[in-house]
Design a protein around this ligand. Structure first.
Ligand code: NAI
Ligand code: MG
Length: 399
């Protein structure tokens, strides 16, 4: 069999350290692939005026599978100040390479798992009725629509005539907002399309079916946001009836969800939501399983097959310059596990997952975040494992 080619995009800051260690883990677990490097991030912006160079897009188009670390982005005044002098004044403008990658490849399906590892000192715990303490097992997959909704970018301040006139055809706008001077009016749209809503809901059902779960939870707000949230709920209910009669659809509003997840997080296994609510609910769940050192995600286009796997954390610039990297590689390693599952390499994926679980459960090797330490270069001398030592421990646990 010819080896697969994976596009590795370490990006900036700690993205480089966690990806490097993850590749060691993959190799030690027996995964064979060719890796090609794709440039992305702040350095590309500074040197080339383009944080997502065309050559990286071409690599992804060709090889389809990407493993991505993290990038740095900075406020507007810094973007121009840090651009190479020879590129200054030539009309370059910074854009988010991640959002652009999502839009370019139409990576509409975002999966964000939240799985608690036994023995993780960062796990959520709660009081029992008799005053004791218990730790619910959390195993949730959040399906976030990744390209539409409030993050779709269709928005205006001081909307142009045609937009304003169209708004004025809506009674609610006339009643509640027509008093506002136009230059003081800001509008961000929330656009859902049936095609992409159907795709994300379908992905959630398929996952529930494969894992044997009996319900999916639509986490929106259809009682208030009637058109868009309403569409997602209706699509889910109809799909349940027509194609998945054994999986029922639970309707939980986003606000209520953030309450329920700290009461009964174990009640949820498959959640589907639009872009912004999916972003919120996945960060909220991630907090229950250890936060950024553990939170991971995958983004797919089911038609073209392009997919990118990445930790949800950023480049953590304040730790990037340390001589010995101290950050937790588990989020990145878990992204690679999702990649393996996607490639059908389930045995290797399982092996790595079990190794991570073993390291966490044993508790002998822990990065600074798991030790609840403040992240300084000194933590390694104070008993915290470095990024490399964490990877070494995972590799040792593979056997
Ligand atoms: P961040 O996720 O980089 O870091 C926030 C804090 O979380 C860190 O200071 C650290 O305390 C902790 N942390 C993050 N990853 C960790 C790990 N693997 N192990 C242990 N602790 C970890 O977010 P921040 O500071 O808001 O943003 C830094 C830069 O990253 C910015 O330029 C931002 O634009 C960018 N960013 C990029 C993302 C991406 O590439 N997907 C996502 C979020 C932010
Ligand atoms: Mg987020």
């Amino acid at each position: 069999m010819t080896k697969r080619t994976i596009v590795t995009m370490p990006g900036d800051g700690i993205g480089k350290a966690v990806l490097k260690e993850t590749l060691r883990v993959l190799k030690a677990a027996g995964f064979e692939a060719n890796y090609v490097h794709g440039d992305i991030g702040w350095d590309c912006w500074c040197k080339e005026g383009n944080p997502l160079p065309d050559r990286t897009i071409k690599l992804l188009e060709e090889h389809k599978i990407g493993l991505f670390g993290a990038i740095t982005s900075k406020p507007k005044d810094k973007t121009l100040a840090e651009l190479a002098p020879e590129l200054q004044g030539k009309g370059y403008t910074y854009y988010s390479p991640i959002v652009t990658m999502r839009q370019h490849f139409d990576l509409d399906i975002c999966m964000r798992p939240c799985l608690s590892y036994k023995g993780n000192p960062l796990n959520f715990i709660r009081r029992t009725a008799d005053g004791g303490v218990e730790e619910p097992q959390i195993d949730v997959m959040i399906f976030r629509q990744n390209t539409e909704g409030l993050y779709g970018g269709v928005e205006w301040t001081n909307p142009p005539d045609k937009v304003y006139d169209a708004l004025m055809t809506h009674k609610k706008f006339v009643d509640n907002f027509a008093w506002c001077p136009r230059p003081e009016l800001a509008v961000s749209t929330r656009i859902f399309t049936k095609k992409y809503v159907t795709r994300i809901v379908k992905a959630a059902f398929e996952y529930a079916k494969a894992r044997g779960f009996k319900k999916i939870t639509v986490c929106e707000k259809p009682n208030v946001i009637r058109e868009t949230s309403g569409m997602m709920l209706k699509v889910a209910q109809e799909m349940s009836k027509a194609e998945y009669p054994n999986i029922w659809v639970e309707d939980v509003n986003i606000d209520a969800m953030t309450m329920w997840l700290t009461k009964n997080p174990e009640n949820y296994n498959v959640i589907v939501a639009g872009n912004m609510f999916g972003d919120i609910v996945s960060d909220a769940f991630a907090g229950l399983i250890g936060g950024l050192g553990f939170a991971t995600s995958a983004q797919f286009n089911p038609e073209s097959g392009v997919c990118v796997f990445e930790p949800t954390h950023g480049s953590a610039p304040k730790y990037a310059g340390f001589e010995t990297s101290i950050v937790n590689p588990i989020a990145m390693v878990s992204s690679a596990v999702m990649m393996l599952e996607h490639l059908g390499e389930n045995a290797i994926a399982e092996k790595i997952k079990n190794a991570v679980a073993k390291v966490v459960a044993e508790g002998k090797v822990r990065s600074y975040d798991m030790k609840k330490m403040k992240g300084t270069p000194d933590v390694v001398n104070q008993g915290a494992a470095s990024t490399t030592q964490m990877a070494d421990a995972i590799i040792a646990a593979l056997k």
